[in-house]
Design a protein around this ligand. Structure first.
Ligand SMILES: *Cc1c(COP(=O)(O)O)cnc(C)c1O
Length: 430
C-alpha cells in the first residue's frame, strides 16, 4: 500500500487490519454488507484545507466540482469547511440547495445547459455561469430578462494546451467540445451590448483531469491571463478568473504535484490579480475527493481457467467504472493481511462484460471466498458514475469520522430498481 507525504490519507493498517481513521473497515463491511464505498471525513476535509492554505494569499473561492462525488454528506463536509460548488446540471443544483450551500459560492459549467436549468440557477441566485457558446449566452440573457435579473457570466476559453492524461479527460485541447478559442471569445466580449441582462465579466479554463505536473496548468493560465490583459485593453472590466480543476492524485506510481508545489508555480502568475477587484476561483474535484474513499467488495469465487487466475468479487463495473472506461489503475488492498501463496490474478466483477475488471495481472496473496478486498482511490468518479447495469442495486455509502461511521446512502433494494417503471395499458390483460 502507498502512504506518502505527498498524498496523506487516513486508510492504514493497524496490525493486520485495514482501518479508515479509527474504524476497522471489516467491521463496516460486516455491518453494512458489500459492496460498499467507505469515505474518510478527515481525508476529505484535509485535502480541501491544504489547497485553501496553499492559496491563502489570493483568498480564492474553492468550488468543489460536485460531479466527482455528489453524495450529500460528502459535499456537506466540504461546504461546512467553506467550500463553494462547481455544478454541471440542474440535478447538482438541486443537491446544492438541499445541503444549503451559499448560492453566491456556486459556479455553473457545461456545454449543454437547458433553459430550465438556467432558469433554476438564476432563481437560486448562483454566483455565475461559465458559458461555453454564443447560443448559450443568448439563452442566459433571454432567461435573465424574463426573470428581471442581471447575471454574471464568464466565458470558458479553450487554451489549446496538450495534457498528458487519458483522452476522455482532456478538455483544453483544440478539437474538444469545450470552451471557445480566444479569437471567438474576444469577438463575443466585444458584443457585450447585445446582452443587456448579462455582466460579461469573467473568464474560465478547465484543461482536463488527473494532470500530474504543473506545466500544462502554467501554460494554460499564462494564456488565460494574457487574454484578461487583452480584454482589459479592449475596455472590458474583468472580475472573475476561474482556473478550473484537474489536479492529479496518486492511484499507483504517480508522483503528482502537491497543493503547495502547485501554488508555488501558480501564485507568481496571479501577482497582478491580487487586488480585491478580482475573484480567483478553483474547481478541484478529484484532488479533494479521490483518496478520501475506497470501494470494498467481498470475494465470491476464485477460479482458474486457461492457466489464468480470476478473483471474482461482488462489486462490478456498474459500481466503479473507471478501469473499464479509462483503463484506470486502482490499488488492490485486502482488508486483512494474511500470509500465504502469491498468485497472479485478474480481479473482476460479476457483470456480463469482459470490460468488467478492477485489476489485471496483479500479484496478490491468494484470497478465498468470503475475504474482503478493497480498491483504493475510489472517492472520485466512483459512486457518482455508478449505474444499475445488469439490474444490480447500487452500493451503500458510508462515512467515517474518527471512531464512528454512518451510512450516508443506503444500499438500493430490488424495489428501487423498478421504481418509476410501469407496464403500459396496451400490455395489460383486459
Ligand atoms: C470535471 C470538472 C472539474 C473537476 O475536474 P477534476 O479533474 O476532478 O479536478 C472542474 N471544472 C469543470 C468545468 C469540470 O467539468
Amino acid at each position: 500500500m502507498i502512504i506518502t507525504s505527498i498524498n496523506m490519507h487516513h486508510f492504514h493498517f493497524k496490525g493486520d487490519n485495514l482501518y479508515c481513521e479509527d474504524c476497522r473497515v471489516s467491521d463496516i463491511a460486516e455491518r453494512v454488507g458489500t459492496p460498499v464505498y467507505v469515505y474518510s471525513h478527515k481525508t476529505l476535509t484535509d485535502h480541501f484545507l491544504k489547497l485553501k492554505k496553499a492559496f491563502r494569499s489570493v483568498n480564492p473561492l474553492i468550488s468543489y466540482s460536485m460531479k466527482a462525488n455528489a453524495n450529500l454528506a460528502f459535499v456537506k463536509s466540504l461546504v461546512d469547511c467553506g467550500a463553494g460548488l462547481d455544478i454541471v446540471s440542474g440535478g447538482e443544483l438541486y443537491r446544492a440547495k438541499k445541503l444549503r450551500c451559499d448560492p453566491k459560492k456556486i459556479v455553473y459549467a457545461g456545454v449543454g445547459k437547458t433553459v430550465r436549468e438556467i432558469k433554476e440557477a438564476i432563481q437560486w441566485g448562483i454566483l455565475l455561469f461559465n458559458a461555453e457558446s454564443l447560443a448559450e449566452l443568448e439563452v442566459i440573457d433571454r432567461t435573465a430578462r424574463s426573470l428581471g435579473r442581471k447575471v454574471d457570466v464568464s466565458l470558458r476559453v479553450n487554451p489549446d494546451v496538450d495534457v498528458k492524461t487519458h483522452k476522455y479527460v482532456t478538455t483544453g485541447k483544440k478539437g474538444t467540445k469545450f470552451g471557445l478559442d480566444f479569437c471567438t471569445a474576444r469577438v463575443i466580449f466585444a458584443r457585450q451590448r447585445d446582452f443587456p441582462n448579462l455582466r460579461l465579466n469573467g473568464v474560465h479554463v478547465h484543461i482536463g483531469s488527473q494532470i500530474l505536473t504543473y506545466s500544462p496548468f502554467v501554460r494554460a493560465f499564462r494564456r488565460l491571463l494574457d487574454f484578461v490583459r487583452l480584454l482589459e485593453r479592449d475596455g472590458h472590466k474583468i472580475r472573475f478568473i476561474d482556473l478550473g480543476g484537474g489536479l492529479g492524485i496518486i492511484y499507483g506510481k504517480e508522483r503528482p504535484q502537491t497543493a503547495r508545489e502547485f501554488a508555488r508555480r501558480v501564485l507568481p502568475l496571479l501577482r497582478r490579480f491580487k487586488s480585491a477587484r478580482y475573484r480567483i476561483i478553483f474547481e478541484p474535484g478529484r484532488f479533494i475527493a479521490g483518496n478520501s474513499g475506497i470501494f470494498v467488495t467481498k470475494v465470491i469465487y476464485v477460479k482458474k481457467a486457461n492457466a489464468k487466475n480470476f478473483v471474482i468479487v461482488d462489486g462490478g463495473m456498474n459500481d466503479l467504472v473507471r478501469p473499464a472506461l479509462y483503463g484506470s489503475y486502482h490499488e488492490v488492498v485486502p482488508l486483512r493481511r494474511t500470509r500465504g501463496r502469491k498468485i497472479l490474478a485478474d480481479v473482476v466483477g460479476p457483470v456480463c462484460e469482459s470490460g468488467d475488471f478492477f485489476a489485471l495481472d496483479r500479484m496478490l496473496i491468494e484470497p478465498k471466498a468470503g475475504d474482503y478486498i478493497s480498491f483504493f482511490g475510489a472517492g472520485a468518479y466512483g459512486f457518482s458514475m455508478s449505474s444499475n447495469y445488469n439490474a444490480r442495486p447500487r452500493a451503500a455509502e458510508v462515512m467515517v469520522k474518527g471512531k464512528s461511521f454512518e451510512i450516508v446512502r443506503r444500499r438500493e433494494s430490488y424495489n428501487d430498481l423498478v421504481r418509476g417503471e410501469r407496464i403500459p395499458g396496451f400490455l395489460k390483460k383486459k
